[in-house]
Design a protein around this ligand. Structure first.
Ligand code: ATP
Length: 271
């Protein structure tokens, strides 16, 4: 696995949040829409599958992989798509989306309708670990996706997902513990934990939450031959949380440059 190449691809996408890369009038665009518990992210790649634009918004319109505010979700996707169309000077027409593993057909349909309601035809519906693995290329190991609400695990053997699990404990719990410890509102804790120069102090306070995530991983990988742990999802952005996971699981841990963007990038790669 070429970690440097993965990191450079993800860093290029990160740059595209603020800077749009020009595209020609006729090249194919690959679009990924990630409907998450905490964020909705739209990623656009050019004909060579290189990142050209990325936009996101904090949104609480999805819960446990289910759309709980259909109108709100559609409105945000439409807004992000319009913003990117303006930046690129191109219309977006098609998109790939992803759902948590085990999402039923009816709920997949709702995700599809949100994106189609925003004007994009959905060409592919993937499961989230398969999307993340389009970027990571894990053959044997476990992808651990720690988002807003849950810690999700996907065990891969010979490149195929063979076991999945998803348990409550994610970034929301990190913020709740931080808010309680510091006596500040949840929203303030959400902001504070993302400040790069405060994260060393934040980790001291929220270490037990990260240890809980490690215990979830341990329980599910027990008795399996796991070569390594691959971290994705926004909560893994917390500085040095990977060291806690490595210590408590005793496994090698790989964390990409920006774990938050791995799944959205993988979705777009599959469009
Ligand atoms: P889920 O996977 O539970 O459906 P989601 O897909 O919306 O949720 P992500 O977008 O992967 O989840 O991650 C969102 C979480 O990551 C939020 O709790 C957010 O506060 C946290 N997060 C985002 N950026 C950072 C950061 N720089 N440092 C720490 N936490 C972060």
């Amino acid at each position: 696995m070429d970690f440097a190449a993965i990191d450079s691809q993800i860093s290029a996408l990160e740059q595209c949040i603020a800077n749009t890369v020009p595209v020609s009038a006729d090249e194919k665009l690959h679009v990924g829409v990630d409907l998450g518990t905490a964020y909705i992210v739209v990623v656009v790649l050019n004909g060579a599958k290189e990142p050209v634009a990325c936009a996101m918004e904090f949104a609480q319109v999805i819960k446990d992989g289910l759309v709980v505010d259909y109108i709100g979700a559609t409105r945000i996707v439409r807004k992000l798509v319009n913003e990117i169309e303006e930046r690129l000077g191109r219309q977006l027409t098609h998109a790939a989306i992803a759902v948590p593993p085990g999402t039923g057909e009816k709920d997949c349909g709702t995700h599809r309708h949100v994106v189609e309601g925003a004007g994009l035809e959905v060409t592919t519906i993937l499961d989230e670990p398969t999307a993340a693995n389009a970027v990571l290329g894990v053959d044997n190991g476990v992808i651990v996706d720690i988002g807003g609400g849950t810690t999700g695990l996907s065990v891969l053997e010979d490149g195929k997902v063979t076991y999945v699990a998803d348990e409550p404990t994610g970034g929301t719990h990190v913020s709740l513990v931080l808010a309680g410890n510091m006596g500040i509102p949840f929203e303030e804790a959400e902001k504070l934990k993302k400040e790069a120069d405060r994260q060393t102090d934040v980790l001291v306070v929220v270490r037990p939450v990260i240890q809980k995530m490690a215990s979830i991983i341990n329980r599910h990988i027990q008795g399996r031959d796991i070569a390594g742990i691959y971290l994705v999802g926004g909560t893994c952005c917390l500085k040095n949380m990977e060291a806690v996971i490595a210590k408590d699981t005793g496994k090698p841990v790989y964390k990409p440059a920006n774990p938050f963007l791995v799944t959205p990038l993988g979705i777009a790669l599959n469009c």
